[in-house]
Design a protein around this ligand. Structure first.
Ligand SMILES: Nc1nc2c(c(=O)[nH]1)N[C@H]1C(S)=C(S)[C@@H](COP(=O)(O)O)O[C@H]1N2
Ligand SMILES: [Mo]
Length: 385
């Protein structure tokens, strides 16, 4: 498995390098216009693997067995159909008043820069939204995800900071405001800013590989942003432009969406980090045979390693520790499991994750209009027959 990964990555990078000469000749002549795919998505989306939310597709977590999510199983969330881009004509523009000079890069230029591989999740800010309606009885608008709006992959690419260094960020640029905008080449040009401090973290990438292969079209080919721990929307797919300004960049994804609104959020904070969560790898409303079995699942945190997962079979009166499996990488997920001697009847399984920074899934959270960040332990329904 390991060897296979290395071989495919080498082959991919070699192919990329071989394309450079042809690219140099052709790229001036071809405009960077995405071809529209005949359908919304490129990959197959079988109902055994995905819960169909139309343009958005939720992974059935029970179909995942390893630590990494294969492309065939990775959830899809986007605002417009997948654009079909050509790496040979792809261009990245880096510009803005906080830079010393604008820079333009092609795919081959990116491949020549030092690369880095990061294993982390990409998770939709709305992951778990359906539980606001289903468990709290308060409707939150948007895709009614359970916990399958997440996937973990090994992303390879160039640290975003290395690309910004080519353009030279002015020294007095504020570091903690949302002033680094990444923009996609999809028809609606989805964009979202992050802070300069986040942009310069070693693990913030412009990724050109996903689990050792080119990034699949539906997940951002040829290049997507990877912003570990931050809300899914920051992980812009099909990146085409980056802007760095000396002041906050206001866009609809920070003024209208991806903000916390509601009676408990009078100041309407803009989302940055995801929330710590855990999920059982069983269908919501699972049926299991009576007897001894292993229950398994996933737990993840936007800021650290998972240090503990507990489960309760009595609606939270008592909790027992689940076993944690390696790898357990900060900002990816840890797999957990426990043995259960299941008796016939209706049960619920609660799980609760804690990370090494001391964060635990809370017993209650306030509702918010757009249903972001749901992370209370959920009573996963299981019928034992
Ligand atoms: N260009 C572009 N990037 C995007 C989006 C989009 O609609 N357009 N959706 C964002 C959202 S909301 C999420 S949750 C992630 C989903 O990534 P995935 O489809 O690879 O799972 O991509 C983000 N990047
Ligand atoms: Mo998202």
């Amino acid at each position: 498995m390991e060897d296979h990964d290395i071989v495919t990555r080498r082959r991919f990078l070699a192919t990329g390098a071989a394309g450079v000469a042809a690219l140099a000749a052709s790229r001036e002549a071809v405009a960077q216009t995405p071809t529209q795919s005949p359908k919304v998505h490129v990959k197959a989306l079988p109902s055994e693997i995905f819960i169909d939310h139309g343009i958005n597709q939720e992974t059935r977590l029970e179909t995942l067995h390893g630590h990494l999510t294969p492309a065939s199983h990775f959830f899809v969330r986007q605002h417009a159909p997948t654009p079909i881009l050509d790496a040979r004509t792809w261009r990245l523009r880096v510009e803005g008043n906080a830079l010393q000079r604008p820079v333009e890069l092609g795919f081959d230029d990116l491949l020549r820069l030092p690369s880095r591989s990061v294993t982390c999740f990409v998770e939709c800010a709305g992951n778990g939204r359906g539980f606001f309606t289903e468990l709290m009885g308060k409707v939150a608008s948007g895709t009614q995800w359970h916990f399958g709006g997440i996937g973990v992959a090994e992303w390879t690419g160039v640290p975003l900071g290395a690309v910004l260094d080519l353009a030279g960020v002015r020294r007095d640029t504020p570091r903690d405001i949302l002033n680094v905008l990444v923009e996609g080449l999809d028809s609606v040009k989805v964009n979202r800013p992050m802070s300069l401090a986040k942009a310069f973290e070693d693990d913030t990438l412009l990724a050109y590989a996903f689990n050792g292969e080119p990034v699949p079209p539906d997940h951002g080919f040829p290049v997507r942003a990877i912003v570990p721990g931050w809300v899914g929307i920051n992980n812009i797919k099909w990146v085409g432009r980056i802007e760095v300004r000396s002041s906050v960049i206001d866009v609809p994804t920070t003024t209208k969406t991806y903000i916390l609104e509601g009676p408990d959020y009078p100041r309407k904070p803009v989302l940055r980090l995801q929330t710590i969560k855990s999920a059982v790898a069983l269908p919501w409303g699972a049926t299991l045979p009576a007897g001894r079995q292993r229950i398994r699942g996933f737990a993840w945190s936007p800021v650290g390693r998972i240090s503990r997962v507990e489960y309760s079979l009595d609606r939270g009166s008592t909790w027992q520790p689940a076993a944690l499996r390696e790898p357990n990488i900060p900002r990816a997920w840890a797999r957990w499991d426990f043995e259960w001697d299941a008796r016939a009847g209706d049960h619920v399984i609660l799980t609760r994750a804690t990370d090494d920074q001391g964060n635990t899934q809370p017993a209650s959270i306030p509702w918010n209009v757009q249903g972001y960040g749901y992370n209370m332990p959920v009573p996963h329904p299981v019928k034992v027959t």
